[in-house]
Design a protein around this ligand. Structure first.
Ligand code: HAM
Length: 416
């Protein structure tokens, strides 16, 4: 036998009941997105490396440490997308779509070279929700309302909490970053290694440090709030007021700064304690400067991404993993009856009934046993006598009750 091939570390194959759950999750999210007026956009998985460097930021972990970057045969530097916002913005500018308001969602696999563990993968899935052309804090609140509604529909709202912050506008952040650097520099030796580096590259990210010593030093550090303009405060206050009105609970987390560089004003993370270390299941915020930064006309924008793998894990915890069963298990006694069964199965499917047809003919008794085990509601049986009389046997697998029906009566039986 040849040596078995295995998959790449951190790149999952999703199969069986989990794959079914993924599909159901996508159905629920799509319905919700359509109700909020969002349209799909299909993006390439590969973009020019420069796009992510410019959009996400050269000094972020995503760009610095985690990108799958390669040169193609033409020696052009390309990258497997680590996220979708950059691609959506690139597309909006490239195809001149920003004359009007846009509400879009882009979904599929993203790639980051992170250390794999439960809930953290090198290929993972996002549904990225992006809105353009709306400046009002009402948009920030609506994006939160959308995610809140998903968690309600999935029955997991009690397991997640909403963390919010405002990081103001770039001038305000610059002044705060300087103050933070001035404050931390004398303690440089006591900071963790990442934070020492960030002191010169990306000081705001130090607020995100998980290191206890660094956290202790931050207790007396300057706070971003003190550097915010009246306009920034007002924007955030309005987001909060709408959420209060909608009855959507949130926690203000003044240390929330996000790991991607394009945000301003409101930043959002939905977190859970139910998944261990990888607790952020959905995250995003406003990014009013990104369109201009990527060469478009200034256009306000905001969005977030559902972390599909993590939401599916959380959902599986509450609904369990069970593959949906066919309603009808079709059985033909011999090959002669098989085509009649397939024809009837097709008519039933056209009525919205799901029918699983046993294709390899086996002894009738064995097939009925299999039907019982399959979890289907009914067995539809065509034996020789049924074929001769032009009728069908329908066995209710829950009650054991059995009926002989004409084609017409059978179809009527399954009419909604
Ligand atoms: P992000 O916070 O980098 O934001 O990722 C969003 C979500 O994707 C995370 O909250 C998490 O659920 C999931 N995620 C990220 N990395 C992994 C991983 N390695 N394994 C499994 N799940 C992961 C963004 O990507 C932004 N583009 C979101 C956004 C959209 N902001 C504005 N619009």
């Amino acid at each position: 036998m040849s040596e078995m091939m295995s998959s790449v570390r951190g790149m999952r194959t999703i199969l069986g009941a989990e794959a079914q759950l993924f599909e159901r999750l996508h159905d629920v999210v799509h319905e919700l997105l359509h109700q909020f007026g969002y349209q799909p956009i299909y993006l390439p998985i590969v973009e020019k490396t420069a796009l992510f460097k410019r959009a996400v930021g050269e000094e972020t972990d995503v760009v610095n440490k985690e990108m799958y970057t390669f040169n193609d045969r033409n020696d052009e530097s390309l990258t497997l997308r680590p996220e979708a916002t950059a691609g959506v913005v690139r597309a909006m500018i490239e195809f001149g779509q920003l004359q009007q308001v846009q509400r879009l969602y882009a979904e599929g696999p993203m790639f980051r070279y992170e250390k794999p563990q439960k809930g953290r993968y090198r290929q993972f899935n996002q549904i990225s929700v992006e809105a353009f052309g709306m400046q009002s804090p009402a948009l920030d609140a609506e994006l939160i309302q959308l995610a809140h509604e998903l968690f309600v529909r999935l029955g997991v709202r009690e397991k997640v909490q909403l963390e919010l912050n405002t990081i103001g506008q770039s001038e305000e952040r610059k002044r705060f970053a300087q103050a933070l650097v001035d404050y931390l520099t004398p303690f440089k030796d006591q900071l963790d290694e990442d934070s020492q580096r960030r002191l010169s590259t990306n000081p705001l990210r130090i607020l995100d440090s998980k290191d206890e010593k660094t956290k202790a030093l931050l207790v007396n550090a300057p706070v971003l709030d003190d550097y915010l303009s009246e306009e920034s405060r007002q924007h955030f206050a309005k987001v909060c007021a709408i959420l209060d009105h909608l009855g959507i609970a949130y926690v203000r987390n003044p240390l929330l700064v996000r790991g991607l560089d394009y945000y301003n004003h409101t930043v959002i993370e939905w977190t859970t304690n139910a998944l261990g270390a990888q607790g952020t299941i959905t995250a995003g915020g406003r990014y009013d400067q990104l369109v201009e930064h990527l060469g478009g006309k200034p256009t306000p924008a905001a969005g977030f991404a559902f972390g599909v793998d993590r939401i599916a894990l959380l959902w599986a915890d509450s609904v369990g993993l069970s593959a949906p069963k066919s309603q009808v298990y079709g059985i033909a006694a011999t090959d002669t009856e098989q085509s009649a069964l397939m024809a009837m199965a097709q008519k039933l499917r056209a009525q919205g009934v799901s029918v699983w047809v046993q294709s390899d003919s086996q002894a009738l008794k064995k097939q009925i046993q299999k039907a019982d085990k399959s979890g289907a509601d009914y067995a539809l049986i065509i034996g020789e006598s049924e074929r001769e009389q032009g009728v069908y046997t329908l066995k209710n697998l829950r009650t054991g009750e059995q009926q002989t029906l004409s084609a017409e009566a059978l179809l009527t039986h399954f009419q909604a």
